[in-house]
Every structure is written in C-alpha cells, then in structure tokens.
Design a protein. Structure first.
Length: 283
C-alpha cells in the first residue's frame, strides 16, 4: 500500500506515438495484475473450504479475512511527488487475505496530475489492483512477492502515452524494518520507452513513546529510456503516527531531489518538500 515527468512540452509524458506492436504488448501487460488477482482469489476459494473441513469441530474461525480501509489526506504524495497538486484526497480500498499468506486487494484515490500535465486528458482516479503472497519465513521475518497494476481510467488525446503501469515486486519485512523492490514491465506512469524502470524502498516503523510511532523512509526511483537522467530521483520521508480509538492520525514530511526538467508541472516541481496530514480507519 508510486513517477512523473514534464519536459518542456509535457512534464510527465514523453510523447511518442505508440506502435501497433507496443499497443498489443501493453494491452497484454495491462491484464497481468487482473489475472494474478483472479488466480489468488481462486486459490483462496479452493484452499479455504478444504482447510475449513480439517478444522477442529466447533471451530468458527475462518482462514479468510476481509478488511477495508478509508482515509483522508491533506494531499496525496506518492514516492515523494504530489499527485493532487497539494490538494486533499479521499482514499480507500479493501484486502482479502488467507492464513497461508495469499492476498489480493484494491485501493483507490483521486488524483489531478494527469489533467494538470495535459489539459486534453480527463482522468481523476487512480485504482490499484494487486495480488501476492506473504509467507512467514521465521517468527520475525516475512517475505512478500506480488504484482500490482496502476489504472487511471479516463479519456486521453491521440498520441498520448497512457499512465497505466504494471509492476512486479519482492520484499522482506523484519518486524519494524522493511525493504521492497518493484520492477516495471512496460511504459512507466506515462513515460514511453521506460520498461525495466524500478523503485527500491527501505522503511522503518517503530514505536517511540506513549503509542507514538516514528516512520523513516528512503526510496530510489530509477527510470530507463532516453530521459532516464531527468526522470530518476531519490525520495525520503520522516513521520509520526498515533492510534486514537482505531483511527490512525499521521503527520509526515517528504522531499526528493527530482530535477526541475523532469518534474515541473504548472511552474512547480511536484517533488519538492511536502507536508502531509492523514487520518485513516481500518475496519
């Protein structure tokens, strides 16, 4: 629970008319996360009844768990760059997990960066569909492998590279420290010719005192392609969270070294320092 660019003409999109073969390949990749999520859900559906039959008589605990989440943020910041032009966002989704570590989910948020970059485009929603497996390796170490599809439904002018993106990822979670590596399998967030771009994320989340958790993060977004030097950057974050009767209140400061040449939209670098206030509820 992730990119963007505006060169002199269009900050986030490198405008290359897609070839028919590239369109076919991207269409195939666009279904990757959907198929993976469907496969995970099918596996859960098959495994769950079998395990339920093996459970002790009278046991009512299900190996399947469905949770939802809803939140509001003062602005949506992804990998250090603002997605809503420093305006608030409403976010939410749900997760279906199984005791064997399989999971699938959907998460959504409003965004504005697409229309901010190109006024001829109309897409104000990000919908992330993901599926994976998170097995416990030891009593303190978990692995995580999966696939994630970022979808931006809307209308786009001819010749514009659509921002829909597919990533596969792998990570390790050792209680309060986690590392995750994501690899893009096609055009990355509207930048043509960027297959093989990646994001490495190292995060720390640990209680400081009186129920207040401290968060520290550093990430590296590496792009491939002709504009790699202008698009690649490092981001970092420091934050605090506190649970109040099931509501998680957060405050975070983020910043990047994203180049003006790659990330200026409407005269502002979207990767400059940001302050984010958030309130989330899981149910």
């Amino acid at each position: 629970m992730n990119r963007k660019t505006e060169q002199e003409q269009n900050a986030r999109f490198v405008q290359h008319p897609p070839l028919g073969r590239r369109r076919l390949r991207n269409a195939q990749l666009a279904g990757l996360a959907t198929l993976a999520a469907a496969g995970v859900l099918l596996a859960i559906a098959v495994i769950a009844p079998a395990q339920a039959q093996e459970a002790a008589p009278g046991a009512d605990a299900s190996p399947l768990h469905l949770t939802g989440n809803l939140g509001v943020v003062s602005q949506y910041v992804f990998r250090g760059t603002t997605q809503t032009n420093r305006k608030p966002a409403l976010q939410g989704g749900f997760d279906l997990t199984h005791d064997n570590g399989l999971y699938a989910g959907l998460w959504m948020s409003n965004v504005s960066w697409i229309s901010d970059t190109n006024s001829a485009a109309s897409a104000s929603l990000e919908a992330d569909l993901y599926a994976g497996w998170k097995p416990a390796l030891t009593d303190w170490l978990n692995a995580d492998v999966g696939v994630l599809h970022y979808a931006y439904p809307g209308s786009y002018p001819a010749g514009m590279t659509k921002p829909d993106t597919n990533e596969i990822y792998a990570g390790l979670d050792a209680k309060w420290i986690a590392f995750k590596y994501s690899y893009s399998t096609g055009n990355t967030f509207g930048n043509a010719g960027t297959s093989g771009s990646s994001y490495a994320d190292l995060s720390v989340n640990h209680e400081l005192f009186a129920g207040i958790n401290g968060i520290a993060h550093i990430g590296r977004q590496r792009y491939t392609g002709p504009n790699a030097s202008a698009l690649s950057y490092t981001d970092w974050k420091l934050g605090l969270t506190r649970d109040f009767y099931g509501y998680l209140l957060g405050l975070a400061y983020t910043d990047t070294n994203a180049a003006d040449a790659g990330y200026t939209i409407r005269g502002k670098n979207i990767g400059r320092s940001q302050v984010v206030l958030s309130l989330n509820k899981t149910f």
